[in-house]
Design a protein around this ligand. Structure first.
Ligand SMILES: *Cc1c(COP(=O)(O)O)cnc(C)c1O
Length: 424
């Protein structure tokens, strides 16, 4: 019967149109209305005085964040990217020093060190959890290494406790790019709070958002102060603050607006619900798609919490006997929104391939003989190259019955995979 066949080949699609996830409600609207009524849309001033640390909503948001994540200091910024750059400044990164980064992440992870002349050193991921390989991190540390940036990719914690102890033992910093993993945890400790600095994203695509925005967290008062200075024209403050070493303390304007902070306060109050909803969806999807040969739902390491920023299934073309591109096309036709491959290994970006970042003389690559050849991180290249299928729970508002249909769509394509041979 034609209507039961694959939608790609003329059958009925299984999944109807899904609703986009909408998390901005009347409480966010009321908070923003209060800001607008106050007429003060930003409380910051870039000079000594109480306004140096921002207006009432920014301070309230930071206080609430620090409390929620049980950390001493929370410093809001206008994006996770800004937060990572500020973190590189705050740890005192100097031109020519190396920063170890994962090959698989969003580009900002690897670009942040370049703004201070740092040299990114790429380390491969381990194929089970897609996070950085700790043994390879250790083997890349030398006397030029200043820091490790680790990404808790797709919402799953990297081996954070191990990485922190490696960093402490070698006298370098661990910075967490925790854009994707709020409420993710390892051994009961929150992702973002295990490194010396953790950075969260509040952009539209993340679990909770303020449109654009980010948050840096740390337990170190000196790092916190440096982050505040870099966020807001630090050059005007170093004298008042009595800094001896003023290197890297020229500032930018990375400030969050009062409106964003007001939205953030409400989003943070409801973070458990926002995250748990996505976790339930992903866990349900994993449960229902387990046991299919050639299709492996995400794994969660022991004592870890995965918040499923992305639900990433591994795909085996040999076992499935159809290329991922064709499988994906069939799944799309059934109405299952997804993507494949995630991002290419970051060292394949033109900035590294052509060694051109700042100025025309090849700075900072001119200070280093590190190379970025294809083949550098084989696991990342292998997985990117047609071996993963990604679904973004953060983007969709999926009911339990719709989730069942998504799982059915996978099973339908699997059971009709023979019909796809020869299709391209
Ligand atoms: C989203 C994301 C970023 C960038 O966050 P912005 O707030 O948009 O700057 C950086 N790293 C990772 C891993 C991300 O997922």
């Amino acid at each position: 019967m034609k209507s039961n066949g694959l939608a790609l080949l003329g059958g009925e699609p299984l999944v109807g149109e899904l609703k986009k996830y909408r998390s901005i409600g009347s409480a966010e609207q009321a908070a923003v209305r209060q800001v607008l009524d106050s007429q003060c849309l930003s409380g910051f001033y870039g000079s000594p005085g109480p306004e140096f640390l921002g207006g009432p909503w920014v301070r309230k948001f930071e206080e609430a964040w620090a409390k929620r994540f049980e950390i001493e200091y929370a410093i809001s910024v206008n994006s996770n990217t800004s937060g990572l750059i500020a973190a590189m400044g705050a740890i005192g990164l100097s031109p020519g020093e190396e920063v170890i980064v994962p090959a698989w992440s969003m580009s900002a992870t690897a670009i942040a060190p370049l703004f201070y002349g740092g040299i990114p050193v790429f380390v491969d991921i381990e194929p089970e959890t897609f996070c950085i390989n700790v043994e390879q991190v250790e083997s890349e540390i030398n006397n030029r290494t200043r820091a490790i940036i680790v990404t808790n990719l797709f919402g799953h914690p990297a081996e954070l406790a191990k990485l922190r102890s490696v960093a402490d033992k070698r006298g370098i910093y661990l910075v967490e790019d925790n854009a994707q993993a709020p409420l993710g945890s390892e051994g009961g400790l929150s992702c973002g709070t295990i490194g010396h600095i953790g950075v969260f994203s509040l952009n539209y695509h993340k679990h909770i958002h303020t449109g654009e925005g980010g948050m840096c967290v740390t337990n170190d008062p000196d790092l916190a102060k440096r982050l505040q200075l870099i966020r807001n024209h630090g050059e005007n403050m170093v004298e008042t603050e009595g800094f001896d070493d003023i290197s890297n303390l020229i500032g930018m304007n990375l400030r969050l607006t009062e409106m964003s902070a007001a939205v953030g306060c409400v989003q943070l109050e409801n973070i458990d619900g926002h995250v748990e909803k996505r976790e339930r969806l992903a866990a349900n999807l994993s449960e229902q798609t387990r046991g299919i040969a050639g299709f492996t739902p995400p794994v969660v390491r022991k004592d870890c919490r995965h918040n499923y920023y992305c639900w990433v299934a591994k795909y085996d073309e040999e076992a499935m006997e159809v290329p991922l591109a064709v499988f994906s096309e069939a799944l799309t036709a059934e109405g299952f929104p997804h993507s494949t491959g995630y991002l290419p290994p970051l060292y394949l970006l033109p900035v590294f391939q052509r060694r051109s970042a700042i100025g025309r003389a090849g700075f900072p690559f001119s200070l280093s003989d590190r190379e970025y050849a294809k083949g550098l991180c084989p696991n990342t290249e292998y997985l990117h190259d047609n071996r993963v299928l990604l679904f973004e729970p953060c983007a969709w508002d999926v009911s339990d019955s719709e989730c069942n249909l998504l799982a059915e769509a996978v099973k339908k394509v699997v059971s009709h995979v023979g019909d796809l041979s020869g299709h391209d």
